[in-house]
Design a protein around this ligand. Structure first.
Ligand SMILES: *[C@@H]1O[C@H](CO)[C@@H](O)[C@H](O)[C@H]1NC(C)=O
Ligand SMILES: *[C@@H]1O[C@H](CO)[C@@H](O)[C@H](O)[C@H]1NC(C)=O
Length: 192
C-alpha cells in the first residue's frame, strides 16, 4: 500500500496529526465534565401523569387543522401525506369542560401507506400546578386503531429537564361523524 502513496505522504500525516491534537485542545475550551449537583440535580424520580387529550377536527373551533397533504392523500385510505397541526387541550377528566392541565402542541402526520400510522411530533405544554411552564417532548408512532399505542417521551423542559419515558395512549371516544377524538394518556417519565 505504501508503494502507491506519493512521497509527501509522511509529512502530510505528521501535519495532520499535529492539527488533530491542536483541534482537540481547542475543543476542551467549550466542553467540560460537570457534577450533576452543580446543576442542582438531586435524585432521579419517576412520575406518572394521567390526562385526556381532545383532538377537535370539526366544528367552528377546531384544535387540529390539516396544513398540508400529498396529491394522493385524498385517494389513500390511510390519508398518507396529510400533515395536521394541533393545539389540543389536555384535561384531567374525559369531559372537555373538566380542568385544563395543559395543551398538546405540535404535528401529527399520516406516515403509513398500508396501515394508519401517525408520526407524532409534539410537546405536552403543562399549565397546571407545579408543572405550569414545564413541557414534555413526544416523538413517536401512533397506530390509532390499536387499543394501546406507546409513544416515546424523548425529553422535556423545566421540571422535566432530562426527561425520558413513554406514554400509553388509549382512545376513549371517537366520533365518526365529526372525526373528534378523546384519547386517554398515561405518561411515565424519569426526571429530576
Ligand atoms: C383533498 O380534499 C379536500 C376536501 O375535499 C380538498 O380541499 C383538497 O384540495 C383535496 N386535495 C387534493 C390534493 O386534491
Ligand atoms: C401558569 O403560569 C402563567 C405564567 O407564569 C400564569 O400566567 C398562569 O396564571 C399560570 N397558571 C396556573 C393555572 O397557575
Amino acid at each position: 500500500m505504501a508503494k502507491t502513496l506519493p512521497k509527501g505522504t509522511p509529512i502530510f500525516l505528521i501535519l495532520f496529526t499535529i492539527f488533530s491534537f491542536s483541534t482537540s485542545a481547542t475543543a476542551a475550551g467549550f466542553s467540560r465534565t460537570l457534577s450533576p449537583a452543580k446543576l442542582g440535580l438531586k435524585r432521579e424520580k419517576l412520575s406518572h401523569l394521567h390526562f385526556y387529550f381532545h383532538d377537535i377536527v370539526g366544528g367552528r373551533n377546531p384544535t387540529a387543522v390539516r396544513v398540508a397533504e400529498a396529491a394522493m392523500t385524498n385517494t389513500s385510505f390511510t390519508g398518507f401525506g396529510a400533515v395536521v397541526m394541533i393545539d389540543d387541550p389536555l384535561t384531567v377528566r374525559p369531559e372537555l369542560s373538566s380542568k385544563l392541565v395543559g395543551r398538546a402542541q405540535g404535528i401529527y402526520a399520516s406516515a403509513g401507506q398500508t396501515e394508519l400510522g401517525l408520526l407524532m411530533v409534539l410537546n405536552f405544554a403543562f399549565m397546571e400546578g407545579k408543572y405550569n411552564g414545564s413541557s414534555l417532548s413526544v416523538l413517536g408512532r401512533n397506530t390509532v386503531f390499536s387499543a394501546v399505542r406507546e409513544l416515546p417521551i424523548v425529553g422535556g423542559s423545566g421540571l422535566f429537564r432530562f426527561a425520558r419515558g413513554y406514554a400509553h395512549a388509549r382512545t376513549h371516544t371517537f366520533d365518526i361523524g365529526t372525526g373528534d377524538a378523546v384519547v386517554e394518556y398515561n405518561v411515565y417519565v424519569f426526571h429530576y
